[in-house]
Write a protein that binds this ligand. Sequence first.
Ligand code: PSU
Ligand code: MN
Length: 316
Amino acid sequence: MPLNPSAPLSQESGNHASVLSEEVREAVEEQRPVVALESTIIAHGLPRPRNLHVAQELEELVRKAGAVPATVAVLDGHPHVGLSDAQLERIAGDPGVRKLGHRDLAPALALGADGATTVSATAFLAARAGLSVFATGGLGGVHREWTRTQDESADLGLLARTGITVVCAGVKSILDVPATLQRLETLGVGVLGYGTEEFPGFYLSGSGEPVDWTVRTPREVAAVMRARKELGGPDAALIIANPVPQDEQLDPVVHDRVLATALEACRTRGITGQAVTPFLLEHLMRETGGASLEANLAAVRGNVRLAARIAVEAAR
Ligand code: PSU
Ligand code: MN
């Protein structure tokens, strides 16, 4: 094994090009708890310079809970699992960093690009690096305009064939939540409500949609992960849907009003493709005077804390 953490490292199950930080590599080898963190939320989901502070804070939350943080990103065409402080600063500070879904990884590697990884690309790289727990804010999903745009996040298809546990506050409420839940069912992706019988609503504690299964402790989540392993599958993700605390959610009335104007602005300005989600998040942040950002951050913090506790429990 090369000791230089910046040298590309082949993983046991093939010639995966991912560079694991030394800390992450050791933790994986020793089967200690590790939590994967995505970087698109840092580069494209939060305003600079607060995004860097958040990225650092999230890593700190993982450490405090006794796990190793592994933020995932592509730098100079190398997929990194676990970033140094300087690498995290690059992802947070450079406006030229691209947004990479899993289909973008091969071109980004071949062309030596820098990129932040979405849920789909992060789950792909994290699972291949041997990680089993991942935390984010809200997943991508089926957009409300789907009949016109056919916009469904690549997150769903990738999660359907990647056996990783993803802690999130549901799917972003800018989406068609019932349609997304239906797609997750069709795709065979497991959904567990954490301490709730209602699927969370990202900025809101609840979406109004029920979940079929409820778990209440990290130990219960770890037991589900173990049962899935014993069964030998299915090879789909397990979503732990963890609501933002009620006293930190966005005011539902404000949410509904501002969301309507955001969707309208997206339509009239002809925003499409990868730009849609960052546009909507940014619009909501501006029009709520920053309140949506605070709710988003509260959700992410809660998810990262819970993911670390699950990773600790799963590593026992
Ligand atoms: N969660 C957040 N903020 C974000 C995202 C998630 O709180 O910015 C990102 C994730 O990286 C997710 C992506 O994968 O949004 C979905 O983008 P799209 O809808 O274009 O697939
Ligand atoms: Mn999309």
